[in-house]
Design a protein around this ligand. Sequence first.
Ligand code: ATP
Ligand code: MG
Length: 174
Amino acid sequence: MYLKRLELAGFKSFGARTTLELAAGVTAIVGPNGAGKSNLADAIRWALGEPAVSRHLRGRNSAELIFNGTATRPRASLAEVILTFDNQDGALPVDYSELELTRLIYRNGQSEYRLNGTRARIGAVQQWLAQAGLGTNSYAVIGQGTVDRLIMGTPAERKILFDEASGEIGRASC
Ligand code: ATP
Ligand code: MG
């Protein structure tokens, strides 16, 4: 299973609909300061269920996720992020070989999810993501601070991260 495509419309600096085809094996996105690299990571985290107002997404309110306009392009009325997963290896617990997860938010704060284009309840999507190992606490997306902890931490500190990622801590305390 891998993230095959990332599509954004009206999300943060991506006012125009933008599609990134992420061929298997893509490991880096590079670009000048302010180009929107972190906004792409934010889009992935947000579509995977991160709350709109969170330290990770660097916003103070959900409207900050929506493209705010420029001199040449009007602001967007909603933000939309679509993650397309290739599931040919069946790693995601669904019968589809490709799965599209969409998250939308409107300026009035109303938010919704879609699975393969069909509206889905937030609770059901979060349960599904947790089963797939893609939940917000799963380390499926890790930030710079966590990478530093992995590289520079002591073996004991590293073990804590590995245990958390593999679910050992959760199991041990059950
Ligand atoms: P760096 O290399 O400095 O880390 P970066 O490529 O990670 O830069 P981002 O942080 O992803 O850049 O993008 C920052 C840009 O996104 C800023 O110019 C900011 O104004 C713009 N931006 C963020 N939110 C919005 C929004 N809601 N509407 C329009 N632009 C936005
Ligand atoms: Mg950045």
